[in-house]
Design a protein around this ligand. Sequence first.
Ligand code: PEP
Length: 255
Amino acid sequence: MRKKIVAGNWKMNMDYNEGLSLFSELINMVKDEVTGKQQAVVCSPFIHLHSLVQLSKGYTKFSLGAQNAHQAESGAYTGEISAKMIRSVGAEYVILGHSERRQYFGESNDLLAKKTDTALKHDLNPIFCIGETLQERESNKHFDVIKNQLAEGVFHLDETSFGKLVIAYEPVWAIGTGVTASSAQAQEIHAFIRKEIASKYNQQVADDTTILYGGSCTPKNAPELFAQPDIDGGLIGGASLKSRDFVDIIKVYNS
Ligand code: PEP
């Protein structure tokens, strides 16, 4: 059975103290209210990671992740953070290929393939983001875009390495816009992603891959989205900054 995951992406929000108090609040709420087998992940800015890992010690419901990692092992890359550094503070995940990184920092599929390799080498589980722009959807190119992002970004991996990935489908037109993909639109792409994985690897690998939906997910629309057969949870931006909303989304998977 593949894992159900609800991951929060704090983006460039929360100063150090704000982040610690939000996370403490989340832990207390989740301890009281979450009853299922779902996994919660918080992808915070780098400055919080070490402290959040310490706060989550002994409590397996929460894992921590970073939002980016450099492709090189180490060296003269002023201002960058390596996968090894992230792993060394106890984080287990890293978001790679978020559309904001692709758009504002020019991250290509080729570069993301390298980042994926380095992250895996250091025992981080990439949450690998893919998704089309509005223009690509309107010109009916969305399936090709997704296919290409998978082929160039992650399909060079062998089966074992691929098994460590979480895929996040995030239509760019739905991120931070308040416009959500309909559950039918999201399910259609998730099923397509799973089919692509099955043809590259095999049906078992496809069935075991957790595929998250991201894009203006809220406590209101999450139940219908998460009920789709190929949607295994969410990557949550804005709503992950509000403890009540984030916990309510996590609770969609309560048993
Ligand atoms: C995201 O940044 O990954 C995201 C899905 O953002 P939002 O939920 O705010 O649309």
